[in-house]
Design a protein around this ligand. Structure first.
Ligand code: PLP
Length: 466
């Protein structure tokens, strides 16, 4: 069974449930497996044609060990992937060219790939809390996709209250409605008067108020929870075995922000999945692409783009890969991360960069190129890309050297989630899928609040279930 260590070396090895509930390690680092469990060729071969929930069990069970009883874990996986996704394949592949494929990761309740991990995370949290007789209050800030995915994941959970802050008037209408139309006694939306940064600072201020944090047993859903990465490894394996793996290698193109999704692909490869290229696509917020070009990770100001879920300048999950790149030199990581915090940059030597280039390609895609990619794909195949997917596919098209290797571009959001960008590119406003068709007619439940810590804390205290 797998144990987990912190990238900053300050924590004794932990089991799965501790890592699940903690999220961030107490030394400020991120949890990574002490060793990656291995999938041998026989195991991979046996996954061909198997339902997604069963592949999920085969891929992830050794990350959990006996922390959750195997029969219970199997039942949770079946429930999540058979009931919460609207396609029998869960993560289907659509061919868009000779040996080019789109992997659709928008068949969950909120139409973005974050559902594939968060639906499972919510159920795992609820199960572990039930066993421990505990209850938590999740407080999070969102600028878009994560908030709705977290709300959908927690709405049926008995042991969780969830409060999501969004900046009033600053999210898209689809994104806001996906959050505010959920009617459940444990779900609370707060429209804060301010920006996304104000929302994030508010969550931090609540967390730093120790009495408040302890009173409400405050927890976070963020992109650094190991269990999210674990859940995302599964669809890389399922795509590979559907396309002839493990007998042939596959390349993946991944639109990247926080580095969570593409890091999961790296984990799949570390576990033995034959992967040819891992291709990172970034929009104009190109900190990762610049890193691969220069060996220096340096933050810039965030600029809005057509692919807003990737408009960030710190890729938190990169620290996990860095730890492997530096051969798990946790002291070295600590120094680099301190430099990054103090000066906004760090650099990696040529030898390590040579290795990084063997493991990843990275390309940036401007708004213009994003539109062009959406247009070209629609014209040639009739397939409608969302802007994030277009960024990944563009990056993939820049790299392909060997046409005999299948290229799988990840479709991380449904085009109807970003109707303005799609309409501008191809002149068509994509309709929402049936389960969300009446989204614009549903009543909204949301509490507008001023950017005032005491008022927000009062609201949280008086709305948690006792
Ligand atoms: C979150 C998100 C991304 C970025 O994924 P990371 O794991 O943060 O790299 C890309 N596209 C969409 C649609 C997203 O919601």
């Amino acid at each position: 069974m797998t144990h987990y260590i912190s990238t900053r070396g300050g924590v004794a090895p932990q089991g799965f449930t501790d890592v699940l509930l903690q999220g961030l390690a107490p030394d400020g680092g991120l949890y990574i497996p002490e060793e990656f469990p291995q999938l041998d060729m026989g195991q991979l071969r046996s996954m061909a044609g198997v339902p997604y929930a069963d592949i999920a069990y085969m891929v992830t069970s050794s990350f959990i060990g006996n922390d959750i009883a195997p029969a219970t874990y199997k039942a949770i996986l079946k429930d999540v992937y058979q009931n919460s996704f609207d396609h029998a394949c869960v993560a289907p592949l659509v061919q868009i060219g000779p040996n080019s494929w789109i992997m659709e990761l928008f068949h969950g309740p909120t139409l973005a790939f974050k559902d594939y991990a968060l639906q499972l995370l919510g159920r795992l949290f609820d199960h572990v809390l039930e066993q421990k007789g505990q209850r938590v209050t999740i407080v999070g800030a969102t600028s878009g996709d994560t908030g709705s995915a977290a709300i959908e994941a927690c709405k049926g959970c008995k042991n969780i209250d969830i409060f999501i802050l969004h900046p009033e008037g600053r999210t898209s209408e689809v994104q806001r409605r996906q959050m505010t139309t959920v009617e459940a006694p444990n779900v609370h939306n707060i429209a804060l008067k301010g920006t996304f940064d104000d929302c994030q600072n508010m969550v931090k201020a609540m967390f730093n108020d120790k009495k408040f944090r302890d009173d409400i047993n405050m927890s976070a859903v963020n992109s650094i929870n190991w269990a999210r990465i674990m859940a995302q490894i599964v669809y890389y394996v399922s795509a590979s075995v559907a396309l002839g793996g493990p007998s042939r290698k596959v390349s993946f193109a991944v639109p990247t922000g926080n580095f969570g999704n593409v890091y999961a692909a790296y984990c799949a490869r570390q576990m033995g999945l034959p992967v040819k290229r891992l291709i990172i696509g970034s929009n104009r917020n190109d900190i990762l692409t610049r890193f691969f070009e220069t060996g220096t990770m340096k933050t810039n100001v965030v600029e809005p783009s057509l692919s807003p879920s990737m408009d960030i300048q710190i890729s938190s999950n990169f620290e996990r890969y860095l730890c492997d790149l530096l051969d798990r030199d946790t002291e070295g990581i600590k120094k680099l991360m301190k430099g990054f915090k103090d000066k906004g940059s760090f650099s990696i030597g040529a030898e390590h960069m040579a290795r990084a280039h063997k493991e990843f390609d990275a390309h940036r895609c401007s708004d213009n190129q994003t539109h062009q990619m959406m247009r070209a794909c629609y014209k040639e195949t009739g397939y409608i890309l969302d802007p994030h997917t277009a960024v990944g596919l563009y990056a993939g098209s820049q790299v392909r050297e060997d046409p005999s290797v299948p290229l799988v571009a990840l479709a991380c959001a449904h085009p109807a989630k970003f109707p303005d960008a799609v309409e501008k590119a191809i002149g068509i406003r994509p309709p929402l899928p049936p389960h969300l068709a009446d989204l614009y007619d549903r009543p909204e439940f949301v509490m507008p609040l001023p950017n005032d810590l005491a008022k927000v804390q009062d609201f949280v205290r008086s709305n948690i279930e006792k």
